[in-house]
Design a binder for this molecule. Structure first.
Ligand code: 26Q
Length: 822
């Protein structure tokens, strides 16, 4: 019998009085606090628990409904999620922000102060993790039964601070103050095996079967975080797994009276989900990372099978119950694990199991850099997952038979496509496993999807062209406009209608306002207020005073050579030197704002941060350029800080070398907040430029084919240095200690540029300067600039993650989303 969830009307009531009463009840009963002794953090926890009741109440109802209807669900498997602060987002989605403000206001408590007390879960490195969270938000918004599976890292991405100009990392203790959003479900636990060996046996029906006898077992316990949708009845889950010691091993150790060994094993097991790996070379190929990947993947698949069977499904129709998306190759071992579950544990024949597997998975690739493709040494893989290695060999042998049939006599192709790299020491190629086991493979922007098929996955594209498609990334306008930029949100609601957060194409209506001087004035006032807000935050965090009347030129993203923060820095130095030479040089007042973390083991990226801070010291303290250029490094860029930065940006720096950035999503966030983009034809920049109009975008740089031609023609950056006096002056200044301090500090950067310049910064330098000159020119005409800014926002509707998720639903997952405007 279907049971409807019920609850106390106060607990889930949305009126001011009910919210206030529920808040006070939680303060007293859940937290055991007297009001007089309560801290802001207590208030935050009490309000979070209040709001959680609302979302969980809906989540419980949804689960039952889904079970009853037997519909296909979506599982998004991702080693990373970056949800950002939850509280304000739920209030917005539930439409109770103002009621909550009033409820707390009546008690003399300021909602904004309470919201600021939330510590965000930093369970991801950057773009890929944030994308996963945007997609969970949109899945709930468009009404799809879905779940995001991942790892409950105890320590997320490190906290960054700047000491003596250098990045300093510290542990992210996000759970220290308690996490009111998660519901721990010790009862929802899965056993995950590791190591050991395999054995064959014969079952009752006389079939030959394989049994995996592990060396150890780790238990995964579920922690559920509810995900609400915007104005949606649906509430879904992010289910993260925490590693705990498996029971049996404690017992074995106790039986031998070896208490300490038992405790040691417990600690060892729990280490599995301790810390998120940064995306750097040093951590590639680390066994613990493979353990993490298999751990969450196996927990997730076992969980899906259980849900499927509880909803009346059988292992044989698993693919009808679940569509499973692999967010990059991090969960790609799922392909082998589902095969093992079906073949070894459910006794389904190989051919049928493979059919089910291929109908279940689809794979999103997020990189074109060949060195970033994951591969595992066969010895590590087989030591940890002996049965999976056997299965991968079997998958490979059948797969390569197909390749030989399609391309007879092409041995090189067979070697290139193989799931095992045998060109040197042997590796398991995770992208190949993902491609073989998926029905659809997508890139994350049109250019990226094309290049994927021409480069890193070209052989797969030749074999299975029908598997390949593109789904351009999107971002949630709820968090990145409605929450982050309430001033703009109000203006949009007044001029484009109140439905824009759920239907971003409505913003097109702004085009009609662009000629209205009053509207443009309001638009500028909103931006100015956002710049003031950011200036205040910058002053309090860095001590640097920036003028809200200057052009805010922003580059915030992970620090990486391919993203070319150093190209931006070369431009800044060229301006600095120009003003030093000629105080009348035509340079509009600018504030250059940088933000982003460098992977702890990435030498060049850390030097780039050091260069930003050196230039900060030089420029900000030089009276000759005072009021003309200011440089800031905004420390610890994360989702919460992004809320201050994106709304204040006027110029969005998207200057990666063409053909290197898969998509970018910060480009979308800034344009949606009214920034103009200076960018290359890379990633989603291409589509953003098409959407907003080329006259509203500052284009520069080589195109991808031109990059290829330059490289194959023997690129010699030193020749460019010799030929260009401006470039020479800037580089000499850097190399000869112009920044003060140790002249050796930036030599590695300088010689890297002159001798190899792998991302062609010098080749694009001139064109970049020229585009920056046009930026300065347009900015000097506020009306013209504002017009471009409005048109950017008006035409960005396509970059809502709702659109992206609907495309996945229709074309890849084959599930129904609710119609737009329903
Ligand atoms: C791999 C092995 C070992 C340790 C860590 C990793 C690892 C972790 C994270 C490798 C890569 C990542 C993250 C990649 C990422 O964020 N990619 C970005 O994805 C965005 C969403 O699609 C795109 O917009 C960006 O262009 C892309 O760089």
């Amino acid at each position: 019998m279907k049971s409807q969830p019920t609850s106390n009307p106060i607990r889930v009531g949305t009126g001011v009085d009910e919210l206030r009463q529920a808040f006070l009840d939680n303060l007293t009963c859940a937290l055991g606090r007297l009001r007089t002794f309560s801290s802001t953090h207590d208030y935050y926890l009490a309000l979070a628990l209040t709001v959680r009741d609302h979302v969980v109440f809906r989540a419980v109802g949804n689960v039952e409904e889904g079970m009853a209807k037997g519909i296909r669900r979506v599982a998004y498997l991702s080693a990373e999620f970056l949800p950002g602060p939850h509280l304000a987002n739920h209030l917005l989605n539930l439409g109770i922000t103002e009621a909550a403000r009033e409820a707390l206001g009546g008690l003399g408590i300021d909602l904004d102060v309470v919201l600021a007390a939330e510590v965000e879960p930093g369970l991801g490195n950057g773009g890929l993790g944030r994308l996963a969270s945007c997609y969970l938000d949109s899945l709930a918004t468009v009404g799809v039964q879905s779940i995001g599976y991942g790892i409950r890292y105890e320590f997320g991405i490190f906290q960054q601070s700047i000491r003596d100009g250098w990045q300093v990392e510290s542990a992210d203790k996000w759970l220290q103050g308690g996490n009111p959003w998660e519901i721990h479900r010790p009862g929802v636990a899965r056993e995950v095996k590791f190591g050991g060996h395999t054995e064959t046996w014969v079952d009752d029906c006389g079939r030959s079967r394989v049994r995996w006898v592990p060396a150890f077992v780790i238990r995964g316990e579920a922690y559920d975080t509810p995900i609400s949708g915007y104005e949606s009845d649906i509430c879904t889950l992010m289910r993260l797994w925490k590693a705990e010691a498996g029971e049996s091993f404690d017992f074995e150790a106790f039986n031998h009276g070896d208490y300490y060994r038992a405790v040691e094993q417990k600690v060892d097991s729990e280490n599995l989900s301790k810390v998120l790996y940064p995306n750097d070379e040093l951590h590639r190929g680390k066994e613990l990372r493979l353990k993490q990947q298999f751990f969450f993947t196996s927990c997730a698949l076992q969980d899906m099978l259980r849900v499927h069977q509880m909803s009346g499904g059988t292992p044989d129709n698993f693919h009808e119950g679940w569509a499973v998306q692999l967010n990059d190759t991090h969960p790609a071992v799922a392909v082998a694990e589902l095969m093992r579950l079906l073949v070894d544990e459910q006794a389904i024949g190989w051919t049928r199991a493979w059919e089910i597997t291929c109908k279940t998975f689809s794979y999103t690739n997020h990189t074109l850099l060949p060195e970033a493709l994951e591969k595992w040494p066969v010895a590590i893989f087989g030591g940890l997952l002996p049965r999976h290695l056997e299965m991968i060999y079997e998958i490979n042998s059948r797969f390569l038979d197909e390749v030989r049939r399609t391309f007879p006599g092409d041995g090189d192709k067979v070697a290139r496509l193989s799931l095992i790299d045998e060109s040197g020491p042997r590796y398991v190629r995770m992208a190949h496993l993902a491609c073989a086991g998926s029905h659809t493979i997508n890139g994350v922007a049109a250019l990226h999807s094309d290049l994927l098929q021409q480069t890193v996955l070209a052989d797969f594209a030749a074999l299975w062209p029908e598997k390949f498609t593109n789904v351009t990334n999107g971002v949630t306008p709820r968090r990145f406009v409605a929450l982050a930029n309430p001033g703009l949100a109000g203006l949009l609601a007044r001029h484009a209608g109140k439905d824009w957060p759920g239907n971003l194409d409505e913003l097109l209506a702004l085009e009609a306002c662009v000629k209205d001087a009053g509207f443009r004035h309001e638009w500028r006032e909103v931006k100015l207020a956002n710049k003031r807000r950011l200036a205040a935050v910058i002053a309090s965090r860095t001590g640097i005073e920036v003028s809200p009347d200057s052009l805010f030129d922003v580059q915030v993203k992970r620090i990486h050579e391919y993203k070319r923060q150093h190209l931006n820095l070369l431009h800044i130095l060229s301006l600095y030197l120009a003003i030093k030479r000629d105080p009348k040089a035509p340079v509009v007042p600018r504030t250059f704002i940088f933000g982003g973390k460098a992977a702890p083991g990435y030498f060049m990226a850390k030097r780039i941060i050091r260069l930003v801070t050196a230039i900060t010291a030089l420029v900000n303290e030089d009276r000759d350029v005072a009021g003309r250029i200011t440089v800031v490094f905004f420390p610890n860029f994360n989702v919460g800080n992004a809320h201050y930065v994106y709304p204040a940006a006027e110029l969005s720096e998207q200057i990666s070398l063409a053909g290197t950035e898969a998509s970018g999503t910060g480009n979308m966030k800034m344009s949606l907040n009214g920034a103009l983009t200076i960018g290359t034809l890379d990633g989603a920049n291409v589509e953003i430029r098409e959407a907003v109009g080329e006259e509203n975008f500052f284009l520069f740089g080589l195109t991808t084919p031109e990059v290829a031609a330059r490289k194959s023609g023997g690129y010699r950056p030193r020749d460019l240095y010799e030929a260009d006096p401006v470039l020479r002056e800037v580089i000499n200044f850097l190399a000869n200690g112009g920044l003060g301090g140790d002249p050796e500090l930036f030599r590695p950067l300088v010689y890297n540029l002159l001798d190899s310049d792998p991302y062609l910064a010098l080749a694009d330098f001139r064109s970049y300067l020229e585009a920056q000159r046009r930026v300065g020119e347009l900015w000097s005409d506020p009306d013209a600039w504002t017009t471009c800014s409005v048109l950017n926002v008006a035409r960005m509707g396509r970059f809502s993650s709702d659109r992206a998720v609907r495309e996945y639903c229709q074309r890849i997952w084959k599930v129904n989303a609710k119609p737009v405007n329903a």
